[in-house]
Design a protein around this ligand. Structure first.
Ligand SMILES: Nc1ncnc2c1ncn2[C@@H]1O[C@H](COP(=O)(O)OP(=O)(O)OP(=O)(O)O)[C@@H](O)[C@H]1O
Ligand SMILES: [Mg+2]
Length: 240
């Protein structure tokens, strides 16, 4: 059995909605394993992003807890949560949020610079390797405006991977991409999970979600269904 990387306990998030309070994440218990590719699906407004932001320590729960690599986080200070985010989590969003005045390589180096563990030469080397692995070896010095949507999203994935996080969190990472780029990005996320990282991806697209190891469907802030896809990780059958 692989190691538990994310565990949520009775996770609850309530927010002000006009004069009343609305419960947007309503008691979610979810365990995610090392190397697992997990998809979160559900109707618009069902609480997928809210759940993802709680798991990513970008929002704090009203009640309940998120354990990241065995550590409870709800009692942490904001700076401890920020340190945890930087060391353990990588983020990919629907829109790439790359800095337009920086090159692809400089964008990928940003989280490494913030973490501050590598020399400039080491960061350049690592960033170049990551971009090359994602098929962007000849684009390292281009700025986001000179790249296609799919290329930009691959730079964003390289940036998310730059500090070797245990967990990649992606909110509709293919929402703004065409079919070819969507397939590329999903294949990359699959490879990332196969390399031992945990990938949690929110998507509207049930066909894409079917490529994950497990799909969790969220309705009204609660898990309505969990579908396990035993075949997802299995090697392709021999053809002879
Ligand atoms: N900070 C907030 N304050 C008030 N309401 C919020 C807040 N964040 C989210 N909501 C509400 O909570 C509900 C869940 O939102 P969320 O963004 O998690 O849904 P979603 O499943 O990601 O939807 P979509 O598929 O459209 O992205 C929605 O009704 C939304 O309007
Ligand atoms: Mg959303």
């Amino acid at each position: 059995m692989s190691e538990v990387v994310v565990q949520t306990e009775h996770l609850l998030r309530r927010v002000e909605s006009g004069d009343t309070m609305a419960t947007i994440v309503n008691g979610i218990d979810l365990t995610v394993y090392e190397g697992e590719f997990l998809a979160i699906t559900g109707p618009s407004g069902s609480g997928k992003s809210s759940l993802l932001y709680l798991i990513g320590l970008l929002d704090a729960p009203t009640a309940g807890d998120v354990h990241i690599c065995g550590q409870a986080t709800s009692a942490m200070s904001e700076s401890e949560r920020a340190d945890m985010r930087l060391a353990k989590l990588g983020f990919v969003f629907q829109f790439h949020f790359l800095l337009p005045e920086f090159t692809a390589l400089e964008n990928v180096m940003l989280p490494m610079r913030t973490l501050g563990k590598l020399s400039m030469a080491e960061m350049r080397e690592k960033g170049t390797k990551l971009l090359t692995a994602l098929g962007l070896g000849d684009q390292v010095n281009r700025k986001p405006g000179q790249l296609s949507g799919g290329q930009r999203q691959r730079v964003a994935i390289a940036r998310a991977l730059s500090n070797d996080p245990a967990i990649i969190i992606a909110d509709e990472p293919t929402g703004a991409l065409d079919t070819i780029a969507t397939d590329q990005v999903f294949k990359i996320l699959r490879d990332v999970a196969n390399s031992g990282r945990t990938v949690i991806v929110v998507t509207h697209d049930v066909k894409l979600a079917a490529k994950a190891d497990r799909r969790v469907n969220v309705v009204d802030g609660k898990i309505s269904e969990i579908v396990v896809n035993e075949a997802a990780k299995a090697p392709a059958p021999a053809t002879n």
